[in-house]
Structures are given as C-alpha cells and as structure tokens.
Write a protein that binds this ligand. Structure first.
Ligand code: DX5
Ligand code: ZN
Length: 214
C-alpha cells in the first residue's frame, strides 16, 4: 500500500491535492503540535474538512503530546486509521480500544530510537505499526537504513503471532529506498516529497507500488 503524505502538499489547496492522489491506498495526514515534535501542522478541523473532501481513507499520524485525550476525536471525525506515538501515549491499550470503539483502526508508532521489544505485547491491540524511518517532525529528510532491523523484527512478530497488523514505514521513502523497506517486510509505505514534489503524483505512486512489489 502507498500512503502519500499531505505534509508535502500545498496546504492552501488540500482538496485538490487529495484529488491528485485519488489512486492512493491511504492519505497520510501528519498532525504535529510543536510539543512532541518541533513543528506545527494541522489538527481536527482540517481533518474533518478533508474527510468531507475526499473518499481516500485518512491515515492520521498524531505527533502530539497527550494522544490519549485526542486520538478518539480523529476516529470520530472519520479517520480510517489513527496512529499514536509510543513515546507519548500513557495508556496504549485503552487508547487503542477507544479508537476502535469510535470506528477507527488503531496505530502505534515508534521513533527511530524506540525499541520494539517493550511494545511487542501491546501489538495485538493495534491494527497498524508505524516504524519511523526518520526522526518525526519534517518532510524531506533522509531515510535511516538502520531502522530496517526494526521492520524485520516487526514482520517476524506479526507473522509468528498471526497478528493482522499492517507494518508501515514513514520518512525518506522514495524510488531509491522503498525496495529496502519492502524487502525488510513493510506492507504500507508513506511518501511525502517523493509523491508531491513530482509533476505527476499518480505516476509516482504507480512507480513506488511497482518497486515495492519487485
Ligand atoms: C515526518 C512525517 C512524514 C513525512 C514524510 O515526521 O511523519 O509523514 O511527511 O515525508 P517524506 O516522505 O518527504 O520523508
Ligand atoms: Zn507521518
């Protein structure tokens, strides 16, 4: 699956920018609060407006403090998947249950320095696991190949545990790096600049999809 990140889109034309990637599997929406990460992007009202403007499932990546309080609102707003960060969440199992009760899928994200070992037991309560392949906060950063060990570990945990968890990667994914992430076992690839910095985002998505399948 390919999930273009609207962080790299034109924020003044979000509905048009969503329409340009209508063949995407999910539309990745980076919510940043200038506390969990040193950047500020958008929040619930924009997600509500986007939900009304596109049929693409919205994949909301909450890079915020206190996600236990806010996550359910994104599910209620119609997000398909709501991902919280392991480093910020206080009660992961309850928050995942709240998101699911509101009709969303629940995601757990790990920063590059966060080990999966402490979270393997919680995984069964989530639908997606987002392995960050850059430090969260900004688009256009370079892919960190050392994060692939965690993707391999995630793949093994999901397969051996017979879990239905989507393994997602986010950050620096482009035509040069997607093969490594696919080979390590990722199922869903977030790509911001690699999709939106091109003239033809639909072609970029098709190319990434092909490279991930090769
Ligand atoms: C970074 C965000 C990413 C970002 C990826 O904190 O979580 O989703 O948009 O952008 P690229 O693909 O340009 O690295
Ligand atoms: Zn993201």
């Amino acid at each position: 699956m390919i999930a273009p990140s609207i962080l790299s889109a034109d924020f003044a034309r979000l509905a048009d920018e969503a329409a340009r990637v209508s063949d995407a599997d999910w539309l990745h929406v980076d919510v940043m609060d200038n506390h969990f990460v040193p950047n500020l992007t958008l929040g619930l009202p924009v997600v509500q407006a986007l939900r009304a403007a596109t049929d693409i499932p919205l994949d909301c990546h909450l890079m915020i403090e206190d996600p236990d309080r806010w996550a359910v609102g994104y599910a209620e707003a119609g997000a398909y998947n709501v991902t919280v960060h392991a480093e910020a969440v206080r009660d992961p199992i309850r928050t995942a249950a709240d998101i699911r009760a509101a009709g969303g899928k629940a995601g757990l994200s790990l920063k590059p320095g966060t080990s999966l070992d402490d979270w393997s037991d919680a995984l069964a309560h989530f639908d997606t696991l987002l392995v960050m392949t850059v430090e969260p906060g900004f688009g256009g950063q370079s892919f960190m190949p050392e994060t692939m060990a965690k993707v391999r570990q995630a793949r093994r945990l999901v397969d051996t545990g017979h879990l239905t968890v989507v393994v997602q990667v986010d950050g620096g994914i482009n035509a040069d790096t997607i093969g490594q992430a696919a080979e390590a076992g990722a199922d869903c690839f977030v790509a911001g600049s690699a999709v939106y910095s091109t003239e033809d985002p639909a072609a970029a998505i098709a190319r990434l999809r092909q490279l991930a399948a090769d």
